[in-house]
Design a protein around this ligand. Structure first.
Ligand SMILES: [Fe+2]
Length: 371
């Protein structure tokens, strides 16, 4: 077994202000990577700028990160950071800006490797299987889903391949400043979709080829806390403390998948997100029940249900469906998505049993309406 969790995580109110000195210690000038609106609305960007100002640091803001960020956008952000001569990167937002920040830090550290040859060279560099230098990254999450602030993954959209894929390099942030204040007032849809993503990380990590004690300890605590938080999440108005609990769950879930990776539902979800714009959390949620059904280890499944307080897999499936609803795809899409998933060797490897095209098609059919 390997244990690797090098991120220093502070989860507390006013985390950015409280740890401004540690943030500033990462460099002289920050390249801030964020989305267009939410970090301005929830106060996180302002907190980071105030902290940098108080510590006498400079910054450059790149606020053009879209949902499911593309390689093209990441290259633009890296070029902006290079022009500004920034020497560290701060990602602020949901999974998209945080993942983008890691890829930006990687590209900024080695401009000579790709800049002259443009997008194609950057793409090769991001997906190269060799160790590469990287600028320090800080992460300020504003959703409770991906756990990207504690994972080494950076999932980018590859338009050429009509899908999403994590870059080949493992890049952990140096520091994660986790503050529930940024979640207060978020849309319920975003709260629910991101929470389902965190749940999916726990389930896919617990029922995984790489599952072992070091990851299990994060999964078991996360599943237990999810069980405690599940009614509050399903309520129309989240009860007091719900956002902090969801952040604790998503951070634990991130620590879990850092050790195991995600499995089939994540791979199966990418076509729905790429082709139909289904939010990531909702898309992975559709496939959880079929995944648990396909997993053959009875004792582990029983423990999972017990930790979460569900009587059986049906009850867990009904709970998730209550949050995600269902969607329909066509026969043609079913065939295409099945074939694509059978080509995703990394996700298939994290499911501990042999998989056939027929079984995979069956999992899609169980999870979605087929028109
Ligand atoms: Fe995810």
């Amino acid at each position: 077994m390997v244990y690797e969790m090098p991120v220093k995580v502070y989860q507390e109110r006013n985390a950015v202000a409280n740890h401004a000195g540690e943030l500033a210690a990462l460099g002289r000038k920050a390249c801030i990577v964020t989305g267009r609106h939410s970090s301005r609305q929830n106060g996180s960007l302002e907190d980071v700028l105030s902290a940098l100002k108080a510590e006498g640091r400079e910054w450059e803001v790149f606020d053009g990160i879209e949902e499911n960020p593309s390689v093209e956008t990441v290259v633009k952000a890296a070029q902006a950071g290079i022009r500004a001569q920034a020497d560290f990167v701060i990602g602020i937002g949901g999974g998209s800006p945080l993942d983008a920040a890691k890829a930006v830090a990687l590209l900024m550290a080695s401009r000579q490797e790709w800049e002259a040859d443009g997008l194609e060279a950057a793409l090769c560099y991001l997906y190269a299987k060799k160790p590469c230098p990287c600028l320090p990254v800080a992460a300020v999450p504003t959703t409770a889903g991906t756990g990207s602030e504690v994972t080494p993954y950076a999932v980018l959209t590859l338009h050429r391949e009509h899908t999403k894929r994590s870059i080949s390099h493992r890049i952990f942030p140096e520091i994660a400043l986790v503050d529930e204040r940024y979640l207060e007032g978020m849309d319920r849809d975003i709260l629910v979709n991101t929470a389902v993503d965190a749940l999916a990380h726990l389930i896919e990590s617990y029922l995984n080829t790489n599952a072992a004690s070091y990851a299990d300890m994060f999964c078991e605590r996360g599943l237990y806390l999810f069980g405690q938080a599940k009614e509050g999440l399903a309520a129309q108005v989240p009860p007091p403390g719900q956002y902090g609990r969801q952040l604790e769950i998503s951070t634990l879930a991130g620590m879990a998948i850092s050790h195991t990776g995600t499995s089939l539902p994540h791979g199966m979800s990418y076509s729905l997100t790429y082709e139909k714009g289904v939010p990531h959390g909702r898309a992975v949620g559709f496939f959880q029940k079929a995944y648990i059904d396909a997993y053959e280890g009875a004792a582990r499944k029983e423990r999972l249900l017990e930790l979460m307080g569900f009587a059986d897999v049906e009850a867990l499936g009904a709970y998730i469906e209550g949050l995600t609803g269902r969607i329909a795809i066509s026969r043609e899409e079913l065939e295409r998505y099945t074939k694509k998933m059978m080509g995703d060797a990394r996700k298939l490897a994290n499911f501990p049993y042999p998989m056939t095209e027929e079984k995979m098609r069956g999992m899609f059919e169980k999870s979605l309406e087929i028109r």
